[in-house]
Design a protein around this ligand. Structure first.
Ligand SMILES: *[C@@H]1O[C@H](CO)[C@@H](O)[C@H](O)[C@H]1NC(C)=O
Ligand SMILES: *[C@@H]1O[C@H](CO)[C@@H](O)[C@H](O)[C@H]1NC(C)=O
Ligand SMILES: *[C@@H]1O[C@H](CO)[C@@H](O)[C@H](O)[C@H]1NC(C)=O
Ligand SMILES: *[C@@H]1O[C@H](CO)[C@@H](O)[C@H](O)[C@H]1NC(C)=O
Length: 518
């Protein structure tokens, strides 16, 4: 408005002066100078300065009101003010953070493995390992078996490797082995390609610094996908699966995680696969009665037939196996067919859910969506329209502010995977991760690891540590993130009572441990 008024005044005065100045010709600069001075002579400075009615007496008050307004949506509204003890613990965490950050020389900016080494060796990380974290909601089973455990499995007599295909597998004996496969123990003993067979295997399983060089997600994804293929068949038989799941869960529990929701497709002998989870659940209950596991049946989006099969399987088993809590399309990348192209399959499967029946397990969708920097990627529209309970990754919502409102209205959780986003080349500077805006808007975000083994670690703690360093999380944020994860978990509400009790107890211990160690 003010600009428009100014403009009209300038025009008007130029015209008027033009008419009055017939006698002596003026240069255009004279005219311009005069017109401006006349504008300024008549200008109401008071109006500008006092538009907001600011005085030195009321400035601070108005400023505080603006800050309050800007922070009104902040996502920690569930967490009451910190107690005195918590406040001290928070100060300690911030000091520990300072030790890592050291001004601007943040290890976040180093090449991944170098930075990760510094961060995992920091006192901050050691402290955060003791923090209870609630639920781990986004974890791909194949990419979560700890690396040292995987290497151990390849020492077993039934473990084979195919160098040309870069694939591990198990076979009951030599005669049953497919062409090209050799016993791992044989290769290990006769290894002639430099280094050891074990270090070679590690380099095939971990994403390497070399594979990350391009910083382009399409490039990084090529090597990344291959790693699932390398591992998949090593985990076909119940023995390895059970031992592997148990190892993941035991480490999760030590890491302050009390619910693990695995993502995996259900193929082969499905009853047997489901019995594996039941076995692990029973074993974990012996160690901690509050511990829960759940399964989100997952399908890749590369084939309609596969997707339909997994949707059918999900519908068949979800009513009999209460721990089977939902369905996800994984491996969604900008390159794969869209969620939209599967809409009829999804709608068919969804409509098989008869609402009359009071079953415990509804048809639940947890779509991987918005792991993209592409403005034209539309999967978030479909995910939200189809009524997902949580969105995997979801940082692409930042490109669609109206969708953020919907996410809040419908209380959809967003599973943020910081290290995954960094490694796969989506967020190269973690300080600018969209989670910061989502937190400010009040979205119920949570933290997950996605594929930790392939990224060279096995603790959800490390994702939290990166978050503290990059996003300046305080203790209130950390508590809210953990509470969100339990709230957003899809295990039955009755089961959560024990988890919450465990969480609050361990939270006290964590706060005490910080206060004691300082
Ligand atoms: C400006 O501030 C004064 C004192 O703070 C107050 O009395 C007055 O009503 C305000 N005027 C406007 C237009 O807000
Ligand atoms: C791997 O095997 C070694 C040697 O048998 C053992 O000490 C270690 O605990 C095993 N680690 C895992 C994770 O199974
Ligand atoms: C599948 O596994 C179950 C339980 O482990 C077993 O009883 C059944 O015989 C298996 N079915 C087939 C077709 O192998
Ligand atoms: C993960 O946590 C376990 C248990 O706290 C610890 O022994 C292990 O060293 C941790 N690993 C990393 C990479 O921090």
């Amino acid at each position: 408005m003010v600009k428009e008024i100014l403009f009209v005044i300038v025009l008007l005065s130029i015209t008027l002066q033009g008419v009055a100045a017939q006698a002596k010709p003026k240069t255009w600069t004279d005219e311009l100078g005069e017109s401006f001075s006349s504008v300024f002579d008549n200008f109401n400075y008071e109006y500008f300065i006092n538009k907001r009615n600011l005085t030195s007496d009321n400035y601070d008050e108005k400023r505080a009101a603006l800050i309050k307004e800007a922070n009104e949506d902040y996502f920690t509204f569930d967490v009451p003010e910190l107690t005195e003890k918590e406040q001290r613990a928070n100060d300690i965490i911030q000091d520990l953070r300072e030790q890592v950050v050291q001004g601007d020389h943040s290890p976040l900016l180093l090449p991944y493995y170098e930075g990760k080494k510094q961060i995992s060796e920091s006192n901050l990380h050691q402290a955060i390992r003791k923090m209870p974290k609630g639920a781990h909601l986004r974890l791909h089973q194949i990419a979560a078996y700890p690396l040292d455990f995987i290497i151990n499995v390849t020492y077993k007599d039934d473990a084979y490797y195919n160098i040309k295909e870069n694939r591990l597998s198990t076979f009951s004996n030599k005669a049953a082995a497919k062409p090209g496969f050799h016993k791992c123990n044989f290769l290990r003993k006769n290894w002639k390609f430099g280094g050891t067979f074990d270090s070679f295997l590690r380099s095939k399983i971990l994403i390497t610094e070399d594979e990350l060089k391009s910083q382009e997600h399409s490039e990084i994804w090529k090597s990344f996908r291959a790693k699932f293929y390398t591992l998949e068949h090593l985990f076909r038989e119940p023995e390895n699966i059970r031992a592997g799941l148990l190892e993941i869960c035991k480490r999760a529990l030590k890491d302050g995680v009390y619910i693990v929701e695995f993502r995996r497709s259900l193929r082969g002998n499905i009853t047997q696969k489901l019995e594996n989870y039941q076995y692990v659940q029973r074993e974990m209950k012996k160690i901690d009665p509050a511990f829960e596991i759940a399964l989100i049946v997952s399908s890749t989006r590369d084939s309609k037939a596969k997707a339909k099969h997994q949707l059918d399987v999900y519908n068949q088993v979800r009513k009999t196996y209460p721990f089977v809590i939902g369905f996800d399309f994984i491996g969604t990348k900008d390159a794969l067919p869209s969620i939209y192209s599967f809409k009829d399959l999804i709608l068919d499967a969804m409509n098989q859910d008869d609402d009359d029946e009071q079953t415990e397990n509804d048809f639940n969708l947890f779509f991987h969506a918005g792991e993209t920097t592409d403005r034209y990627n539309e999967e978030l529209y479909d995910a939200i329209l189809l009524g997902v309970k949580r969105i995997g990754h979801g940082f692409g919502t930042l490109l669609h502010p109206r969708l953020i409102d919907k996410v809040i209205e419908e209380d959809i959780g967003i599973e943020i995977c910081p290290i995954s986003n960094l490694v796969l080349g989506y967020i190269l500077d973690m300080r600018w991760h969209p989670i910061r805006t989502l937190m400010n808007k009040g979205v119920s975000v949570t933290i997950s690891s996605d594929d930790p083994t392939l990224f060279g670690y096995d603790n959800l703690s490390l994702d939290f540590t990166y978050g503290i360093i990059a996003w300046q999380l305080d203790l209130k944020d950390l508590k809210q993130l953990a509470l969100n994860s339990i709230k957003q978990s899809s295990i039955h509400e009755d089961l959560k009572t024990k988890v919450y009790a465990k969480f609050y107890k361990e939270w006290e211990n964590f706060i005490d441990s910080l206060n004691v160690s300082c």
